[in-house]
Structure formats: C-alpha cells, structure tokens
Design a protein around this ligand. Sequence first.
Ligand code: ZN
Ligand code: ZN
Length: 359
Amino acid sequence: MGLHISLPFGHSHAAKAHANTPPDGTPPRMIVEFLDQDGKAVGGRMRPLVPQPLHAEVPSGDAGMDWHKTDPHLTVAPKSVPAGAVAVRARSGDTVVAQLPLAAAASAKPAPPVDKATFNPAGKWTLLLLSELFTDKARFFGFAGALDKYIRSQAPFSHNPDSGVRIEALFWPSPAGGLFNTSQNGRLVYGDTGVVNAFVAKSGAKGRLTIVLVDLPRRGGAGGGQGRPAWVTITSEPTETWQAVALHELGHSFGLADEYTNSEQPTPEPHPLEPNVTDRSDPAQAPWAALCTPGHPGKPTCAAATRPPAPLGVVGTFEGARYTETGRYRPTAECLMQRTDRPFCPVCQAAIAKALAAA
Ligand SMILES: [Zn+2]
Ligand SMILES: [Zn+2]
C-alpha cells in the first residue's frame, strides 16, 4: 500500500523541540504510531525528525503582505499499515502533539504528472507551477498561460522577447480535499511541503522556484523558502492580480528581499544584504548609487526619506525595508517587493536582469 501520512504539527511544539536541540546538534525526533479503534498502539513505530517550525509570508488585504506562524506537516511513508489501524498519532514522550483518523492523514502516493505544458521553453529561469484543487487540466493550463502572459508584460521581463522565464506547468487532478493537503485559514493557504517535494521529484522537473497554484476563490497563499514551495490562489482583487503575488514570489527566487516592514518576521539577515536593501542612508553610498535620481530633492543625488510617498520611479534611499523600520533602506517609495499593486522598482529590475543574464 503506497500510503503517505501527513500530519499537521503544532508550530509551538515544533519550535519548542527545536529550541531544545542538544549542543551536538542532533535534530529532534518524534514517535509516530498507529492506533486501533480502542486507541491502543498497533504495529511498529516510526521516529521521524520533528519538522521545522515555519513562518510564512501571506498576501493580506490591500496589496500588502503579513507573516503568519504556520503548523508544519510531519510527513512519513510507512512501509506498511498494520491491520486494525484506524488512526495515526505523533507524540513527544507522553505528550500527543498530533492525531488524526487514518483516512484524514493519508495522502496520495507521489507520481509523475498526468500532463504538462511548457511556456517559453527557451527561458533560462524555470518556474515550476503545480496544480492544486484543479480537476480540469485545460482550466489549469489556462491559468498557467495567463501567468506567462502577465510576466511577459512586466519589466524587466518585457524587455526580453521570451521573458526569460520558462514556466513548466505540471498537472495532477486533485482528489477532494486536495493532492497536497492544502488547507485554508483566512488568507493563509498552504499544505504539505514534503508531499509537494515528493511529487516534484517524481516529475523529474527542476526549477528555481515551485509555486503551487490553488484553485480557490479567495486571494491568499504562503511564501516559500529554501526547499519550500510558495502557494498562490488564482483569485485577484479589484486593485491587484493573483499573478502579481506569484511575481513577488518569483522576485524572491532572484534573490530579492522584501521591501516592507514587519516586526513579526524573525529571519536573520544575510551578509551581504540582498541587492535591493542597504544599511547606507546616503544614496551616494548605496549599492545602487548609479541608479539614483539626480537632484531629488535638493541633494546631489537623491534624498533619504523616512516616509513615502515620493513619485514612483524616484530612486534613492527610503528608510524602512526588510521588515525593519529604521536603519534599512529600500530604493524607491514603492515596489512589487513591497506591495503587490506596484511594478518592480528600477533596482529590482536591474538585479533580475543581471541574474537572468548570468543564468
Ligand atoms: Zn516577499
Ligand atoms: Zn524593488
């Protein structure tokens, strides 16, 4: 029986287990076991690693982004399910941290896609687009085509005859409830990363970024990270499109930082900083000094401004970026890496063009 078990795992339990990692760095493990109808453990136990606690970027209302603590999934592929098993649970010592009926925890066995379509086969930057909650492949490929068309219309991709981005759209028809255990909690929409990665591995496809495209009638999703897909719903709002949310996530695959502020986001900073963030308040000292707008306003290059707005396209050093209110500067008042109803700023465009040229 090709069963995979996927248990949502409380983020506070995950954080606690990882906080108690011993000095030698041994990663924490859980006990996963099957239960019979009397609640007694049957069959063998598994000892999988505790999943990493996750924070995810979530599209909010009004074109912004929030950060949510999310429950990671514990994914295991048991060799067999013992006779009489009706439920599965995970525990840490005697503390039960997750328990579900077997039918609710079971997910489909990873398999190659039923069909696929490629947009811009010559593009060097591959985006893998996976279907979730779609049952009709023509409908899914229609949305993939709409994303391709949107990317072609946006700078700097519009400067390339083929946009530079290759979209590989992989279709699996979803069973009721979804193929990747996708759930929705307000605007947070995400599922089991382990299951997604297992399906991608079966497809043989490789990309810079994986986006799970979810057929849900509400704007939402969850940002990706190292080895983690992003999730985007197909629903737009009056002032912005779902494609812009996908393009923001694609921006991260080019190494761009978020340009908004949010004190809830704990990610440590890389050194050096991303190409669209600086700790220099003087525009002349910014990595993008050559792109700064001359004489804005009344300074040799361009002014630092604590608060926007400044006209779109004015490049300088605007305080507030990379989740931090002070001491970090972004290149323009507003950019797609800050708001999903704006285009990429000139500095982000240049960084993307440089990465595409080097790909
Ligand atoms: Zn982001
Ligand atoms: Zn930007």
